[in-house]
Write a protein that binds this ligand. Structure first.
Ligand code: MN
Ligand code: MN
Length: 321
């Protein structure tokens, strides 16, 4: 059945791509309270918050930059031939409103926003924000039981605390998520981990609970297909979240981020790993840590928007099936 035209993005043949008010991928803006919200299957959401950032800031500006860059996305995936806007009803749900002056209030506001989507059966695809934004999303989505997760990042974000006891930073969300029972550790794979470290407390914790960490030296020494088959096997058929930190990608391709680590994948590999998520039961996904103040010519935002499009294609295919 052809898709309802309301949910089809504005074509570049009707209005040039550089014109108009930008929404994610030129989709309709369907904020909370909109009469058609209940029909949405995949909701694209901005999370403009970086209150968990410990190093260079700026991801609060990520959603604006990602929205703008995403207007470059067209109707069909050039590799997989998926047409996501025909496969599923997608919309830009706008931004969740954080409280820039209060970390705990922001976490609560985000969790409530995503809980509403969960109750409506809308699968969220989020543009961050820093990586702490993923914690309230997992709190909202794990209501029906712990989730699997496939996590692309140069960091595990599994640390216990920061600066003598701060439990909530962008380096700790998945430690909290395991403690709170939001994730099923044996169904979690973390891919691309690298960089210098204060210590390996995070990796020791991963091992102790059964999380699989694929460090960058292993990632580069194995075929991508093999690495991703392992991640898919571990996730199994159960509900799985995909979290994509833009610093997974080498800073030569994605310099606009707060905590870059050299030696990462190139931009083709960055997209290819998402193609290889096909078949995973994805209940939500995000692209986080895009920091426009550190970007060069919008290249990180454009790559981030391209990763979002790949994630959308995979999610939309899952709904069609
Ligand atoms: Mn991260
Ligand atoms: Mn990171």
């Amino acid at each position: 059945m052809p898709q309802d035209p309301f949910f089809i993005p504005v074509s570049g043949f009707e209005l040039p791509r550089f014109a108009g008010v930008p929404t994610f991928m030129r989709l309709p803006h369907v904020p909370p309270g909109h009469p058609r919200l209940d029909e949405v299957q995949i909701g694209l959401v901005g999370a403009p918050w970086d209150g968990g950032t410990t190093n260079r800031p700026g991801p609060r500006h990520g959603p604006r930059a990602l929205r703008d860059a995403s207007t470059m996305m067209r109707a069909e995936n050039g590799v997989t031939r998926v047409r996501p806007f025909e496969a599923a009803r997608c919309a830009d749900l706008g931004d969740v409103a954080p409280n820039p002056a209060d970390l705990m209030d922001s976490l609560g506001r985000m969790e409530r926003f995503y809980r509403d989507l969960q109750q409506k059966g809308i699968r969220p695809l989020t543009a961050g924000g820093d990586h702490l934004c993923t914690l309230p999303i997992l709190r909202a989505l794990a209501g029906d039981g712990p989730l699997g997760m496939i996590h692309f990042d140069s960091h595990t974000d599994l640390f216990h605390s920061y600066f003598g006891g701060s439990l909530y930073t962008h380096g700790t969300p998945f430690r909290r998520a395991v403690e709170e029972g939001l994730l099923d550790p044996v169904r979690v794979t973390m891919i691309g981990i690298r960089g210098t470290a204060y210590d390996f407390e995070d990796r020791d914790f991963a091992k102790s609970v059964g999380i699989r960490v694929i460090p960058i030296e292993e990632f580069h020494s194995r075929p991508l297909e093999d690495v991703m088959a392992e991640a898919r096997d571990r996730a199994g058929g159960g509900r799985t979240y995909v979290s994509y930190d833009i610093d997974f990608i080498d800073p030569a391709f994605a310099p606009g981020t707060g905590t870059p680590e050299i030696g990462g994948p190139n931009s083709w590999q960055a997209l290819r790993v998402v193609h290889l998520l096909a078949g995973v039961n994805i209940v939500g996904a995000d692209v986080v840590e895009v920091s426009p103040p550190f970007d060069l010519g919008g290249m990180t935002a454009y790559l981030g928007a391209s990763v979002m499009f790949e994630l959308l294609c995979i999610m939309a295919t899952g709904i069609k099936g």
